[in-house]
Design a protein around this ligand. Structure first.
Ligand code: NAG
Length: 262
């Protein structure tokens, strides 16, 4: 042991020394006692480390067992591949119903409302690369020249349905769409939306509060944080893949080779 190591150790040993040093006045006895105490000291350190390990494992097991189960539940089912997974971003956002009258989607039919709905559903039909089609093991109608295929993200189908159901409430204003205003189409859209909501439910916990002006004396509180897709960036991305309309002009005719694949 070098001088410096001995010096470093002294402060630790000093605390272990007792006032009964006189009983061990021979140099031999003293040094053997130091060795004993050193062994005891190391033993204590090891015990303390083991205890700390045990306690931390107990805490970990107690508080993390639920989390581990949730993780298992999440990982049980793998989400089928979608090219959008690579680009979607998430953010925390709450449901905001404070100024619905300012929403372009709210109220009576008018050009501003029609434009808002058109903007939402404009990028419905998008080009999916042959590579992505192969990863998904899906086939679709081919697009002329590009080597891509026609696809549409399910959420745009849902939005289309919501738009149609709104329009069906104003049959006179949307008289040019009368052909698609069938009860069959309405029922189809109901099913698309019901199954969509139940497949990807918003699991935010809403609450209630007393409200004297409400007919029942209480109302629901819905403005709580939830995890939302960053719609604007997703929508902007799908817009870059949009197949122009009319679709018929951009797809490979059925009679031609390779009209369906890959
Ligand atoms: C790919 O799709 C075809 C037709 O739907 C199916 O028969 C085949 O089992 C699928 N292959 C894989 C690997 O999922």
């Amino acid at each position: 042991m070098t001088i410096s190591e001995k010096n470093e150790e002294e402060p630790f040993l000093a605390g272990v020394e007792s006032a009964s040093d006189e009983a061990y006045n021979s140099q031999k006895e003293y040094s053997s006692r130091i060795n004993l105490q050193k062994g005891y000291f190391i033993f204590l350190i090891v015990q303390a480390a083991l205890l700390a390990l045990n306690v931390s494992m107990l805490i970990f097991n107690t508080f993390h067992s639920c989390e581990i189960k949730v993780q298992f539940a999440r990982e049980e089912v793998e989400e089928p591949y979608s090219p959008a997974h690579a680009i979607v971003q998430y953010k925390i956002q709450s449901l905001d119903l404070t100024a619905t009258e300012l929403s372009p989607f709210f109220g009576e039919p008018r050009p501003e409302l029609d434009e808002a709905w058109s903007g939402l559903t404009e990028s419905s039909m998008v080009e999916i690369s042959a590579q992505d089609m192969k990863i998904m093991n899906k086939s679709s109608i081919a697009i002329k020249e590009t080597g891509g295929y026609v696809g549409y993200y399910a959420v745009y189908h849902q939005l289309h349905c919501l738009k149609r159901m709104y329009q069906m409430n104003y049959k006179e204003y949307y008289s040019d769409l009368a052909g698609s205003f069938t009860m069959e189409h309405f029922q189809h859209c109901m099913e698309v939306l019901r199954q969509g909501l139940m497949c990807k439910p918003d699991l935010t916990v809403n609450t209630m509060q007393w409200e004297p002006r409400a007919s029942l004396g209480y109302v629901g509180v819905t403005a709580w944080d939830r995890k939302c897709i960053d719609w604007d960036s997703f929508h902007a991305w799908t817009n870059t893949k949009t197949i122009p309309t009319p679709l018929e002009d951009f797809i490979v005719p059925k009679k031609e080779e390779g009209s369906f694949g890959p």
